[in-house]
Design a protein around this ligand. Structure first.
Ligand SMILES: Nc1ncnc2c1ncn2[C@@H]1O[C@H](COP(=O)(O)OP(=O)(O)OP(=O)(O)O)[C@@H](O)[C@H]1O
Ligand SMILES: [Mg+2]
Length: 381
């Protein structure tokens, strides 16, 4: 018979008002359920972790969420508590993760989809870093699409391994350390992380680049490579392969900005801000028509009241100056803003931090257009 004190099950109520529904996800440490706020009718996600777990993370994760509230691409935290032998965190209900969607799309995304995701994810990561937090486990399973009116927005989730690197009072950065145990996921980890160096903001951005390159290419060269039986062997195998492949080779079939991005992250100093330059294509309209737009909703669990916000962003006018805005300390062979010229033949452009800053003002897509004054509207469809 079910022990009510220790088990949380469908139809139970936690936090006095959140009714537990069906199970929607499972990670290494937690289980995630859909749920509903009985007072407001709002749908939520309920993440559960047994208090007996060896390495509890959920309280830490809820504290990180508190710090990040209001940030771009961050789900809102509704409640955290301990009940019936479980740590429980209630956050916004989101849609499928990008790994699930990728699998359903045949293992690759089109360039246009990758660029639309990249633009949002770079902004979200930069915003998280501005609040002093590094994620340390950026991977497709932790990047979730929204539901309802946010169905086209991508969110950062799973802050169980996140760390605060900037002192909220003084903005002082944590100290550089070596010999640190591996934290994260080997496939997407930065080179410095493999080497046992404490993670900072640069490492998240390198991981994000690997995620996006993987979306474009369908795999990464070090995938499935290691036959190692322990963490040290696997780490060593993946690190050697990653080190041996130059970013230009890795990103051979990708737009050149990806190799610049990875190189820059690897050369950024530990405490410095990495390369937050957004990448957009001139030839695509930023219309949130992702590769999975035509999939039946049930097929990829896009939520019940899905509605598209319509055509939102235009690409920048072809005559606008290509801009690289990076405060990264990068070496000579990485282009600075002066080195990169506007090239009408090149379908690529790099839009800078200042421009994206304007869009921090509101997560409402309608507002975003209004604030995006620099864009011309001739590319709106
Ligand atoms: N708010 C949410 N809305 C909908 N689904 C979610 C939500 N949060 C998590 N999920 C689903 O549950 C899965 C596991 O969640 P999460 O990554 O937070 O757990 P974890 O145990 O910390 O995972 P990991 O194994 O990555 O450490 C996610 O990949 C996602 O598919
Ligand atoms: Mg996860």
């Amino acid at each position: 018979m079910k022990n009510k004190e220790r088990i949380i099950d469908t139809d139970d109520v936690v936090g006095e008002k959140f009714k537990v529904g069906r199970k929607i996800g499972k990670g290494a440490f937690c289980e995630v359920y859909a749920g509903v706020n009985l007072q407001s009718g709002e749908e939520v996600a309920i993440k559960l972790e047994p208090v007996t777990t060896e390495h509890p993370q959920l309280y830490h994760e809820s504290e990180i969420y508190k710090r990040l509230q209001g940030g771009v691409g961050i789900p809102s935290l509704k409640w955290f508590g301990v009940e019936r032998g479980h740590n429980i965190m209630v956050i916004d209900l989101l849609g499928p993760n990008l790994q699930e969607i990728l699998d359903r799309c045949g293992g690759k995304f089109s360039l246009k989809t990758v660029l639309m995701l990249a633009d949002q994810l770079i902004e979200a990561v930069e915003c998280m870093h501005d609040k002093g937090v590094v994620h340390r486990d950026i991977k497709p399973e932790n990047l979730l699409m929204g539901v309802g009116s946010n169905v086209c927005q991508v969110y950062l989730t799973d802050f169980g391994l996140a760390n605060v690197v900037l002192d909220p009072e003084t903005d002082e950065h944590i100290e550089y350390r070596e010999g640190v145990s591996f934290v994260g996921t080997h496939r997407y980890a930065s080179l410095w992380t493999h080497c046992g160096v404490e993670q900072g903001r640069r490492n998240d951005m390198e991981s994000l680049a690997y995620v996006l390159v993987c979306f474009l290419k369908g795999s990464l060269p070090w995938q499935g490579l290691s036959a190692g039986s322990n963490e040290e062997e696997i780490n060593g195998d993946v690190m050697r392969k990653k080190y041996a492949i130059k970013p230009e080779e890795l990103c051979e079939s990708c737009p050149p900005e990806f190799a610049v991005w990875i190189t820059s992250c690897q050369r950024t100093h530990f405490e410095d801000m990495p390369y937050y330059t957004s990448i957009k294509a001139r030839c695509y309209v930023f219309d949130y028509e992702y590769d999975w737009a035509d999939s039946p909703k049930d097929d990829i669990k896009l939520g019940t009241s899905a509605e598209k916000p319509g055509i939102i962003l235009a690409t920048q006018d072809i005559h606008d100056t290509v801009e690289v805005f990076s405060r990264t300390k990068i070496s000579d062979d990485v282009p600075s803003s002066k080195d990169v010229q506007s090239d009408p033949e090149n379908p690529w452009q790099i839009a800078g931090r200042r421009q994206r800053r304007k869009r921090h003002l509101s997560s409402n897509r309608g507002h975003r257009v209004a604030k995006f004054g620099k864009l011309k509207n001739h590319n709106f469809v």
